[in-house]
Design a protein around this ligand. Structure first.
Ligand SMILES: C[S@@+](CC[C@H](N)C(=O)[O-])C[C@H]1O[C@@H](n2cnc3c(N)ncnc32)[C@H](O)[C@@H]1O
Length: 270
């Protein structure tokens, strides 16, 4: 789905913005000293290590997990250390027994929106937490990138490569009331909701090349090398159109801005 090296090289701004977000919530998150923390959908592992070093240095262990073997291989090669480790795990799959009630905290950024089985994913998180454990998550909601996928999937030129688009669109993208949907899901599982809100992230890139890197690092389609630049032109034009016409954002791809609506949640197992 993703290329770990490309993701690592091109996603720095998005990770910096995630850290900024996490810092905003730091007074609310009661990180336990000597705790075991799980980062779900850790990707290349760089964000996991950055969070460990900058925000939770006194935790006991930090485990990053991801469905992608390529990502976990990359993470283990570049970011593992004594207290930081990486392992493959499908958060929508059957939970290995030894992971039950293992962690004090779960964190997860831009990963749960890839899951079709939202209930299974959140139930697994609940089951992996110890009593009094907590989960802080950022989940993508609506974004023009998803609208653009749908349009490109219909275009003759891109149809052969832009396939299975619905698989990659956040379950909250079309939702009329994503907060209510999320609130009901979390309540059904048994979580106590401390925080649940919709926010916007405006990733402002320095130039077009960097915007291209940032966006293409999260595009799951395998576009042939010779069509790559052309694809980005069409994709970013579609995004610009939706950002201005559907969402009324002031800036978009023409200003090197990538707009993302997010659901931010902090829930506890009490
Ligand atoms: C956009 S990346 C985010 C990576 C990292 N959290 C960050 O913010 O930089 C999404 C990650 O979620 C992973 N992912 C998607 N579905 C998953 C699943 N069912 N279980 C675990 N990881 C999953 C992908 O492989 C990918 O590495």
């Amino acid at each position: 789905m993703f290329n770990a090296k490309l993701y690592n090289e091109s996603n720095a701004l998005q990770k910096t913005n995630t850290i900024k977000y996490l810092e905003e919530y730091k007074d609310m998150i009661n990180w336990k000293k000597d705790s075991s923390i799980l980062d779900i959908g850790c990707g290349d592992g760089s964000l996991t290590l950055k969070i460990f070093k900058e925000l939770i240095p006194n935790c006991k262990t930090m485990t990053g997990c991801d469905i992608s073997e390529d990502m976990i291989r990359f993470a283990n090669e570049h970011y593992a250390s004594g207290r930081v480790n990486f392992t493959t795990l499908n958060i929508e799959g059957e939970l290995p027994h030894d992971l039950r009630e293992r962690f004090h905290h779960v964190i997860t950024f831009f990963a749960l929106n890839w899951c079709r089985q939202q209930q299974t994913a959140f139930q697994n998180i609940y089951d992996m937490l110890k009593d009094q454990g907590s989960c802080f998550a950022i989940v993508t909601g609506k974004e023009s990138l998803f609208d653009a996928y749908r349009n490109l999937a219909k275009a003759e030129k891109w149809k052969p490569w832009v396939t299975d688009v619905e698989k990659y669109i956040s379950p909250y993208h079309d939702s009329q009331d994503s907060l209510k949907e999320m609130q009901q899901l979390l309540g059904k599982i048994g979580f106590t909701i401390t925080k649940l809100e919709l926010k916007m992230i405006f990733h402002e890139y320095e130039n077009l090349e960097k915007l291209k890197g940032g966006i293409m690092s999260v595009v799951p389609f395998k576009i042939p090398d010779e069509l790559y630049d052309d694809f980005f032109i069409d994709l970013s034009q579609e995004m610009q159109m939706f950002d201005t016409k559907k969402y009324n954002y002031k800036k978009s791809s023409n200003d090197f801005v990538f707009n993302v609506q997010i659901l931010v949640l902090y829930v506890e197992k009490k």
